[in-house]
Design a protein around this ligand. Structure first.
Ligand code: ATP
Ligand code: MG
Length: 601
């Protein structure tokens, strides 16, 4: 491709809308263009990158025996009602774009495809003899994200590879899951990324089978906790660890103390000269279940610990049956406005005790009249502890469970693991923390969807059985941008060779120099013919501008037919290192071939 004929527009200044380096660079270098919130055009250079990433993904998927297909993006609401997800997806997070057609039928724009694929399996797979089977697609997904940001990282329209596998038993599912873990590692390695596979939250479905593939980068929205021995890595949403030891309590007898201005644990511990490990802190949450019932949740947890909302959400989902519900739509810390809707009187915030009376709640058809009281494991064994007194400005000290306060019946593990905690597998290892961009997620679903949608096959014994399922997603467009986030310098993007839009760019320093043009044209034809994807910068621009642009768009090798032509050579500059060498014109092709092969192998 000749730059003189391309839609090639680069910007000197950082665009105001972009916050992170990869987003700025993709905009500046003319790879993407914002059309609306979370909506981007993939311009020709970007599209080449995306096609390369897709091809790597496709090759690795095909190698495992999975088959590519393309499913509809318009999905009838009925399918989502069958699986029970219509309300969650259109109301709770409201992540699905929903619409009504001319015949008043409701539809959603596909954010994911479990419903569609399960329907197909239900229709087409009759017998165990047809299993296992694994279908995947590479397609644009739509999600009305609450906070679209960082360009392609969190778009409202983005490209995903999603695959779904069907099995007769768990062993077979596990085998495919392992194959996918390998395939995903291969994809990321081949794309030139530094990544880590981590244990991930699998939501209320539970089970051990979920891993995320994290590209390590400061701009990552996820926190990863890991140990240096390489034995443990998990998303903080899922991570477990050993909490610090409890310090002995200085309080031997139960009494109420005046503790003015101690609404935080920090202030309280300073005031009472005690350790936060001796405090039972009581945190209030508000859950709305899918049948519209609001439940106020009081979590008692050790003072030095924090509640992890993802873990709490999973526990509340398990308890949904107690409220004749299936799932939780919203989980929040109720602010003053939310409290006004149900609080019968003003709450002793900062001074609440585990036995905060139920008459703080004005119960109604929509609001459960009793607190759901949960206690985290870290608080269960505390003795002579400090906690609130339900009266502002006062705490109690020397308290004990089942003496002054009944121990809540439901014990949960909802504490947040954090950097510096001792690891469970080896207390000598402490957890380290890193930021990660989630580019892939593989998941053992089990029978959640097949059961809900009545998708069964006939087993060898002649029984109707629900399919065992797995699902596996890679964010193709997010992956492409992550590569930039991991690889750039002050001059611009440094694409990994395997996914660069072009391998090489020939920058003609002076287009009125006939010899330069002649050599450039010759090399341009020769390189492209031999499979080295090459751009020709034949624009009527100064050499400096061309070199800057070549650096900005990040093409791995820049070829300059300049001063060295006298010696029958051209200058070849490696983008990543700025290292330059002079190479005989006749050897450019073979040399580049070697370099490219070495870089992508
Ligand atoms: P996140 O927690 O980042 O929202 P997710 O858990 O919703 O991701 P999945 O539903 O597992 O993601 O989707 C599979 C993959 O699709 C993700 O690992 C990610 O790479 C990509 N992805 C998800 N949402 C977006 C988005 N809004 N923009 C770009 N890529 C996305
Ligand atoms: Mg998401």
């Amino acid at each position: 491709m000749r730059l003189s004929q391309m839609l090639f527009v680069t910007l000197r200044e950082d665009p105001a809308e972009a916050e992170i380096p990869s987003h700025k660079l993709l905009l500046r270098a003319g790879y993407i263009r914002r059309i609306g919130s979370g909506i981007y055009a993939y311009l020709p250079l970007m599209w080449r990158v995306l096609k390369k990433v897709s091809q790597i993904v496709r090759e690795e998927m095909d190698a495992t025996g999975a088959q590519e297909c393309l499913l509809p993006q318009l999905q009838p609401a009925d399918l989502w009602r069958e699986s029970g997800r219509w309300d969650t997806y259109t109301q709770a997070e409201g992540i699905m774009f929903a619409m009504t057609d001319r015949q008043q039928r409701e539809l959603g724009l596909g954010p994911t495809h479990e419903e569609v694929i399960t329907t197909i399996a239900k229709d087409m797979i009759r017998s165990y003899r047809q299993l296992p089977v694994h279908l995947y697609q590479i397609q644009t997904k739509f999600r009305d994200e609450i906070r679209p940001r960082f360009g392609l990282m969190r778009g409202r329209e983005f490209i995903m590879k999603d695959g779904y596998s069907f099995h007769t038993n768990e062993e077979s599912l596990k085998k495919t899951y392992q194959d996918m873990a390998q395939a995903y590692s291969n994809m990321l390695r081949r794309s030139g990324l530094q990544f880590r596979a981590v244990d991930a939250d699998s939501g209320a479905i539970g089970g051990s089978g979920s891993q995320e593939f994290m590209v390590l980068a400061e701009a990552g929205e996820d926190e990863v906790l890991y140990t240096e021995d390489g034995q443990y890595a998990a998303n903080v949403e899922k991570a477990v660890s050993m909490p610090a030891d409890v310090e002995p309590s200085p309080f031997a007898t139960f009494e109420k103390r005046e503790t003015p201005g101690t609404e935080t644990i920090d202030k309280l511990c300073k005031f009472l000269k005690c350790s936060p490990t001796q405090v039972v802190k009581n945190v209030l949450y508000q859950a709305v279940y899918d049948n519209g019932i609001t439940v106020l949740v009081l979590v008692s947890i050790r003072g030095d610990q924090d509640v992890n909302q993802v873990k709490l959400l999973n526990e509340l989902t398990k308890l949904a049956g107690n409220y004749q519900a299936k799932t939780v739509l919203f989980l929040t810390v109720p602010d003053a406005e939310a409290q006004r809707k149900w609080a019968a009187k003003s709450l002793p915030l900062g001074y609440m005790a585990p036995d905060l009376a139920d008459d703080y709640i004005a119960g109604s058809k929509e609001v459960n009249s009793k607190f759901l009281r949960l206690v985290d494991r870290t608080a269960v064994d505390l003795t002579n502890f400090v906690t609130g007194s339900n009266e502002s400005g006062y705490h109690v000290v020397g308290a004990n469970w089942n003496k002054e306060f009944p121990l809540p019946a439901t014990v949960v593990g909802v504490r947040t693991a954090k950097k510096g905690d001792r690891a469970v597998h080896n207390p000598e290892q402490t957890l380290q923390s890193a930021r990660g961009i989630e580019v892939g997620h593989i998941f053992q679903l089990g029978t959640k969807y097949s059961q809900a949608m009545g998708a069964t096959y006939t087993s060898e014994q002649g029984e109707e059985m629900p399919f065992m399922m797995g699902c596996y997603g890679v964010g193709v467009s997010r992956l492409a941008q992550s590569a930039v986030e991991q690889s750039y310098d002050k001059d611009g993007i440094i694409w990994p060779v395997a996914i660069a839009p072009y391998h090489a760019i020939i920058s003609i320093p002076n287009i009125s120099d006939a010899q330069q043009v002649e050599v450039a044209e010759k090399l341009y034809a020769e390189l492209n013919q031999s499979g080295i994807e090459t751009l020709l910068d034949d624009r009527d621009e100064r050499a400096g501008v061309k070199f800057k642009d070549a650096d900005l768009i990040g093409i791995p090798y820049r070829i300059v037919p300049g001063r060295s032509l006298k010696a029958g050579k051209v200058e070849v500059v490696e983008r990543a290192t700025h290292k330059s060498q002079e190479i005989l014109i006749d050897e450019v092709n073979s040399t580049l071939k070697q370099w490219i092969e070495a870089a992508v192998s």
